[in-house]
Design a protein around this ligand. Structure first.
Ligand SMILES: [Zn+2]
Length: 70
């Protein structure tokens, strides 16, 4: 199970939607769009499913975790 991710159109950075989804479920989803708050821009972006992917971990989570390891 991963998290649904999309790329911020302003900064080009990946953003986690926080929505848990499996690759199988994502592949079976119909075309849709959603709005997600972007922590990079502190604004809300609209994004389409074709722009999204399933990430095992977000960049932020991975970075935060690694920074806490001495
Ligand atoms: Zn953004």
């Amino acid at each position: 199970m991963g998290k649904l991710m999309f790329r911020c159109p302003t900064t080009g950075r990946s953003v986690s939607t926080g929505i848990p989804v499996s690759r199988e479920a994502f592949a079976a989803m119909p075309v849709f769009f959603s709005r997600t708050f972007c922590p990079h821009c502190r604004d809300t972006h609209e994004w389409f499913a074709r722009q999204a992917w399933v990430g095992e971990h977000t960049d932020a989570e991975a970075g935060a975790a690694s920074r806490h390891v001495a």
